[in-house]
Design a protein around this ligand. Structure first.
Ligand SMILES: [Zn+2]
Ligand SMILES: [Zn+2]
Length: 315
């Protein structure tokens, strides 16, 4: 009898957990790393059917939401997505292609937190939410302080909750033309993880070990198949000279970095990873070239996804 109840209990546990399986999804609002101001880095991540998202960077907001509505990803108005669905922002660094959508749409936005490392808060406070540049929609800095956005300054490797979602996160520092910084965020929902990188150079070029530290840190999650989705930038094709990378990656440098992850996590686990390639710079035929170079030289057997603005990626 005891055995029967145990079996029943186990059955119920598994069937309810699969019934209420809450997978993460990603809705790209902008995917490029420059040039086209209607399509710059911004990725909404949330649990499916929850209508609650954290925006990872905010280069483009309005055009991205409108494109998502056009594609049938959202069935509500632009205002509903902006004001109700986006519960907060993570801003990786201070470059305009990662935050201009947030600044421009701030008058119509609702009150919410901005999560970042302290150096990003300082940039928002001193360079953008000022009377000379715009108006101070933040909760610190120049008067008048409108206080719509609450700065949540997070220390690296500290876990915190994304308010009004079931997601928790940790932020890591990156180097983006040393000593300029950028950052990455690791999101967690139940036992599922997603890792998003802001702009970053390779450790060898930047003369840092920020990426290697992250590879070592996430290796157990990759081995256990908890982390299967990584969003990482590739801005230039392989022909870009190393002294002109401006803190970005090429297909070759992406391989160089991920081979370190392979060493920590075990090569056989890398084929389970979906690598969402972000921040391609659309000039000339560069995008086609980058895609070709990634596909042709893929010794780690990575599974590449090239995100499209407004098109949902289910994880
Ligand atoms: Zn950028
Ligand atoms: Zn940048």
């Amino acid at each position: 009898m005891k055995q029967f109840f145990y079996t029943l209990f186990t059955f119920l546990l598994y069937s309810t957990s699969s019934l209420f399986a809450q997978n993460l999804e990603i809705i790209p609002l902008g995917v490029y790393g420059g040039g086209d101001e209607s399509n710059l880095s911004c990725y909404l991540v949330g649990v499916e059917n929850s209508n609650s998202y954290i925006a990872l960077d905010a280069g483009t907001i309005r055009s991205g939401i409108n494109k998502a509505i056009e594609k049938g990803t959202f069935h509500v108005s632009f205002e509903t997505v902006l004001q109700n669905y986006i519960k907060g922002y993570f801003i990786s660094h201070g470059h305009l292609d990662h935050l201009s959508g947030l600044i421009i749409n701030s008058p119509e936005d609702s009150a919410k937190p901005i999560y970042s490392l302290p150096f990003v808060t300082a940039i928002l406070k001193h360079n953008y939410f000022t009377n000379a540049s715009w108006a101070n929609f933040g909760n610190e800095g120049e008067s008048p302080i409108l206080g719509k956005y609450t700065y949540k300054k997070v220390e690296p490797f500290h876990s915190f909750a994304i308010a009004n979602t079931s997601i928790t996160a940790e932020i890591f520092e990156l180097s983006h033309v040393n000593p300029q910084k950028s950052s990455a965020i690791l999101l967690k929902n139940n036992s599922d993880y997603v890792l998003y990188f802001g702009d970053t150079g390779a450790d060898r070029i930047e003369k840092t070990n920020h990426l290697e530290t992250i590879w070592e840190y996430i290796a157990p999650l990759v081995r256990n198949k908890n982390l299967k989705t990584i969003l990482l930038e590739v801005s230039f094709p392989n022909s870009q000279p190393e002294h002109l990378l401006f803190g970005h990656l090429t297909p070759k440098l992406l391989q160089e970095e991920l081979s370190k992850l392979a060493q920590y996590a075990g090569l056989e686990h890398l084929k389970d990873i979906t690598l969402i390639v972000t921040h391609l710079k659309p000039s000339g035929n560069q995008i086609e070239l980058i895609k070709k170079e990634l596909m042709e030289e893929n010794p780690l057997q990575l599974n590449y996804v090239f995100p499209e603005q407004g098109k949902k990626i289910s994880l």
